[in-house]
Design a protein around this ligand. Sequence first.
Ligand code: ADP
Length: 739
Amino acid sequence: MVDAIEEILRGSSGMTAEQIETLADEAGVGLFTIDITTGKIAMNRIIANLTQYQLGELPESMETRDILTFEDDRERVHNAMESIFTADAQFYHVEYRMRRRDSSLVSVYECGMISERDEAGRPTSISVLALDLTRLKWAQDKARQMETENRRLAKSQTENSLAEQNRMLRAANSAAAMIIGGFHEEYEMVLRQALQMLAESVQADRAYIWRNRLVDGRLFSFRRVLWERGGSFGFTSETSIAYGGSELVPYDELLPDWEALIEPGFSIITNENNKEVLDKYGINMVAGVKGCMVQPIYLHGEFWGFVGFDDCTHADRVFTEDEADIMLSATFVIASSVARNETLKVVNDAREAAMASTKAKGDFLARMSHEIRTPMNAIIGMTTIAKRTRDPEKVRYCLDKVDVSSRQLLNIINDVLDMSKIDANKLEIVPAPFDFEQMIQDVISVVKVKLEEKNQHFQLAMTDIFTRKLISDELRLTQVLINLLNNAMKFTPEGGTITLKVDEIVSGNILHIEVADTGIGIDPENQDKLFHSFEQADGGITRQFGGTGLGLAICKRIVDLMGGNIWIDSVLGEGSNFIFEIPVSWDDKVLAPMNEHGVRMVEELPDAPDWREKTILLADDIDINREIVETILSESEVGIVFAENGEEAVEAFKKSPELFDLILMDIQMPKLDGLGAAKAIRALADEIPKAGDIPIIAMTANAFKEDVEQSLSSGMNGHIAKPVEIDELFAILTRYFEV
Ligand code: ADP
């Protein structure tokens, strides 16, 4: 029993002082936390209960240890504690007497260890767990007493009853020994066997231990262990049925007056005919039970639960006081063991969970850092080279590389954002009609560069010609496809083949898409895992190929949100096929046919619009952002007035409101942000009518729905996400200019 304490301490290494405290409280074990540098000492509620002091009543210094230690034991305790500073031992152990507030003594077993050290390895804190030995000693004394009693009886009583006494004692001892042994893997089985031994020794047909639990201040109990003889009495106890087997049963229904009726060390013994006892405790004898004995169990001074024995064989069975005494001692040991096991489980679970999540997070961060650094290095390196060279060819080459790496970086950032949206349940699908076939062509042209780099063959197997617009979320669908294609290319060696297969299952209005490769494949064990975030099939392989482990989790979420399914069909070493199906609907309008370059015939590249007559106000604090917009719009010859913050924007507008046709407004700016500036401009509407209706478009990297809503409620008309896409910018300006 006491070595459980050491196990708890050992298990707690690596936990914070606070966690150890919670643990000790839960286990009903006393805890002192000693800060060596300040000499400050803290104790928990259990020690306070045990010694009858209020928390905070004793000084928070080492003096408290002396107050609580019986004079004759002080030196021994002191030496024991000192030993961990000098000896190599990790723990110290000592048994001594504590002095209570009323001067009475209580035996405790104490085990301590250094729980924290500073950077130089010097101890800074000690955790000391203390266990009340009285109950354990009481149980042991009781067993010893019984043995003496037994010997005394041996002289005076008949052979028969002597044998019975012996049998009971032996059973109690073996049950205790069995359960006390250690941390059994087959703990539940051992527990039941121990209970069986006890039950059989008192000729009971059924035995059970119920465990109490406090939920929101209300005391409940649930059946923790049950043993029944050969199952022949089929424990269909009405109590059990009424309360749903091992579910929580509230005491205010089970035994409303329990506080008044029961106390430590006593037993309720009755048989089916003892109406007085039955009524007193409100016992509804279960059908078939002839006699029963129920005993409350107290651990660390608290009502822990109860143990019960039923006799279903002998009419008028009344359990004797002797039987009650021995059973109580033995079940006390079992209960202590259950409690200890619960504590160890808490420690182990907490430790395992902490370790697993730390590892997953650590791996993820390491991967992330690698993934971000790689394109970052390329961008910085290529920019440096470009700056130093005069050869325009080389500059162009560098710029191409910078372009690719920046897009890669943006993808990673988008993935992380998507993931955090998924976590917050904020990922949304926005369906709208779009040209599906065109989208497929666009996706192919995006991945083409990499395909060529890796010398991979690409096949498009599209059985249907999609002559109408698909109603779905184009952006998200593109994201899934590019993700799957990128993976296929990544995990397929040079010269391999990637196939994109698209079918419409017309009857079900289902779009069926497959991305197949002839790559490394995935073993069946890992296939399901891959759709969970941060998981990758094989750490080693991933290190070779890179990746964040978010892609497939995001794909799955998107497909789920679209009401579809995604799955893998793969053979290790031969290749993988990622398949997904989504329900779809199609727009009515029939599209013009596509030419061999994947372009709709009627669609001609539009000329840049002529906006010579128009002027926009562009507010953005970052030079490069202003430059990008200026360059994109240069062909249209639109006039642009720049502002570097919200205040300047408001001033510029106020100065010549008639000049402007539209305002592009960044959100995050110094002095006055975009939201504030938009509000300020709208507030001018009384003096300057145009302030009320000039279109203001937010331009921001914050592309969450809330951000869009916020800009709308600040009086803006629309929203463009950064990095600004040429088409989107032209589309939105066209919309406002051409009304
Ligand atoms: P990552 O960014 O790591 O590629 P994903 O979620 O896209 O993240 O993929 C998770 C893991 O699934 C990959 O690390 C890889 O182990 C496995 N995987 C994905 N696609 C394939 C494929 N086509 N062939 C083999 N393994 C794949």
